[in-house]
Design a protein around this ligand. Sequence first.
Ligand SMILES: [Zn+2]
Length: 359
Amino acid sequence: MKVKFLKASNGDAIWITLIDEESKPRNILIDGGIGSTYQSKDKKGKAVFGDLGHEIENLKKLNEVDCNHKIDLLILTHVDDDHIGGLLKWFEQDPSFSKLIGKIWFNSGRLISEYIHQKQQDDFDIVLNIRDNNNTSIRQGATFETYATTNQLWERRLILQEQEHTVFGLTFRILSPSKDRVQLLLNKWKSEDQSLNTSKSNDYSKSIADHIKDDQFLEDDSVHNGSSIAFILTYGTKNFLFLADAHPSVIIEGLRHFGFDSTKRLTAEFVKVSHHGSKFNTSKELLKILDSSVFIISSNGQIHNLPDKQCLARIIGCCNNPKILFNYPELTAKIFTKSDCDSNQFLVGEVSELNFNCD
Ligand SMILES: [Zn+2]
């Protein structure tokens, strides 16, 4: 199994490939980053593909030869632009997208409202400006949900904490969202997110040692982040933790449901740290339940100055000799001083892709 952490600016886009038990190629995409992760314009106005665009173009070529090559499962963790933007851009630019997708996991506002029997609101819809086939005019008003439903990509099934799904020989144990968090989302759907994550300056001038000494945890209050789909992915005997932008108290509830706590910790090959390394999304209580030495930060440091050094200090303080890997490794020189590296036990490095055997 290969896991690629695409360059998605301040967002997430994670591409997993594997050969399943029946020797079929499988692709799973978790989120699509911001719009430019799929495509942007260069200075001359020419369209250029980002990492997601390149992956999709490669997949299209394989699909032309063998239609088994597609994104078998697309997981949209939540509706923030840094997770959905690249997907919307792809769908709008490329009318053939539905041929390349097997199925989608997505908790839409409308589906949540049906589930908790609360009145529907029109602004639950995510509108797509899909191009017509001649690629000149734009068809207004198709929604993400209707498009996914009419193309039979979406089963309209809520993905919730405590569920266990087996797909292509992989097991997904869902940690987040809880019922409570999706209920909260209905009242906030697409309204402006007044959360702890408003813009702020970075905390990089303070040393790791001082961050560890002065640490106080406050949890993220963003309703959108709290609705994130987060899970333990199991491949053979190996576990991987994909935490999207989920809230740590919800992740802990989920881990407890599956039998993990500080006395019976979850062993994981890596942890995709929640919310791009925000200090509001990783608590010591959570870290104490995890037995992992690899922590992955998906962020280019733009918007909200994530990761927070305080979050990284918490990982360094709680975990034994952790390896913190960045998909934008140039950030490490901004964050860590020589003295941080000399006086604390941790490693930093770059991550673009990781490979794992099934055993
Ligand atoms: Zn995010």
